[in-house]
Design a protein around this ligand. Sequence first.
Ligand SMILES: C[S@@+](CC[C@H](N)C(=O)[O-])C[C@H]1O[C@@H](n2cnc3c(N)ncnc32)[C@H](O)[C@@H]1O
Length: 281
Amino acid sequence: MQTTESIKEMVKDKYSQIAKQSKEQNESSCCGSSCCSAVDYSLFSEDYSKLEGYEESADLGLGCGVPTQFANIKQGDVVIDLGSGAGNDAFVARSIVGEKGKVIGIDMTDAMIEKARLNNEKLGFNNVEFRLGDIEKIPGTAGIADVVISNCVLNLVPDKEKAFSEIYRVLKDDGHICISDIVLNGEIPEKLKSLAEMYAGCVSGAIQKNEYLKIMNKAGFTNISIKKEKPINIPEDVLDQYLSKEEIATLSNSKLEVLSVTVYAEKKARENCCAPGCCSG
Ligand SMILES: C[S@@+](CC[C@H](N)C(=O)[O-])C[C@H]1O[C@@H](n2cnc3c(N)ncnc32)[C@H](O)[C@@H]1O
């Protein structure tokens, strides 16, 4: 049976391999994302090349949305990018926060952090920092971020409740989040669920959309809204590797939807308990 720790080790191994390759290599070579993982990330990822702040060497084609598009980031903000990979979204965020803001990328894979730091050195930003750490225990003090973004990562985190409560903790009062991720409507077959490659490929660690939104709500987030939603089709040749013809037919009749979503939510400041009308009853 897979434990939380063994899942994380498998995810780290996978993303260490990917970190050592370019986007093109990942797309075309064996042990690239489309080969080792059985899931081709180009199914998910968006074209970043026209975005302000785009850095080609940070773009490994691993995202499933553009969280900065709806993140309402302002000049001077402190932004945390969770599962920052080689820094793709972090550098886009840096172009918005400018010199007076700060961007902190967090990733648990050493090779990704190394790659992101090399990219940052090349760009010469002294207000962009990449920290090695786990989203279930974010390396950052409470209330440091105006905005938290993340791109195609939380589906990979085994304890999503812990992840969202950590995100809530590091946000300032009145801060907000914008997260692109993979969610499901309907159940994926057990056979696919148990495949490490499907987990690392951002499919089998994904949870139901409703459950995802409930977890956000339970963590304390309000004003939760889905800004963008896009269905993802797992190609038949991928399914062919693992399922029989009958199982593929059952799956296509099952109305399972694999969705890439970009979700926005806010952390509302707690009411001051000694404000008029509160303590006084
Ligand atoms: C699909 S990639 C996305 C990378 C980046 N956001 C992008 O769009 O290019 C997932 C990233 O999340 C990181 N990751 C997965 N689980 C994590 C966790 N529990 N804590 C921190 N990072 C994690 C992986 O190391 C990997 O770099």
